[in-house]
Design a protein around this ligand. Sequence first.
Ligand code: SF4
Length: 298
Amino acid sequence: MVQERLPRFNSVKIAYCTCPPKYNVNPYLGRCQHGCLYCYAVKFPSFQGPLKPRFNLAENISRMAAKTRPKLPVMLSDTTDPYQPAEARYKITRRCLEALIRQGFPILIVTKSDLVTRDLDLLSQGRVVVSITVTSLDERFSRLMEPGAPPPFRRLKALRRLAAEGLTVTARIDPIIPGLNDNPEDLEHLVRKLKDCGVRHVTASTLKPVRGFFRRLERVNPKLAERLKEAYREAVNIVGYNYLPEEERLKTVETVRRLVLAEGMSFASCRENFSRLNTAICDGTGYLTPQRQLLNSP
Ligand code: SF4
């Protein structure tokens, strides 16, 4: 059956997702080339196996966008990175964005790649929020956990450049992994750096390992895998995601919140059941509709 309307983002309420309604476009199926060890997407059959660029997607999006009222934002992407290395060659994300911006859709981009700056000319023509995930300033962390993604300094540079061009930029500190990137001093440096780059909002989330995470980690760092298994010994499984005990997650999220608010940025947690701590809509789309942006005053 031919799909007529843009696909809706599937908000997993049971896993505490508080995302507002939006559309979602994944230009690439198969395993994302960033190859993050903690990736949640590997849980879904469409995002396993070799990369599958969706070569005809832009034409389909163009047709669907013409039949959909541009009221809700479109996110690229919830499951694989829209700016993974293949995008440099195939430009599928770019062509989808051209169609969506032409039709007037507000856009939320979520990526770990500075390749997004290639499309500055296009992004600056639309209503766009770009969210770049920066999990740590420590390149060793990034090399181990996100081996195919650009190093943190390039992501920061991209944030700075986008902000300097007038785009609204937000950052995700996601996932925060116990004993690895949750040190309060390191988080403070990271949050300050994000502010310095022009970030307006930070979304934080603790690691919720899915099936296969410890096996993947064991292959590259057996000791660390053991340590983390121990840290997650009392985790609770919610629809395939392993949640640390609530008080541990709360401590981490509150630490980041305090640091972020001290720097004058808005804050939200993602899939933690702590939405009471959010001062803005969790995914940053509030900045596409300024009157909805703030929730609770700090
Ligand atoms: S960038 Fe995102 S989708 Fe790609 S491997 Fe990393 S976590 Fe998964």
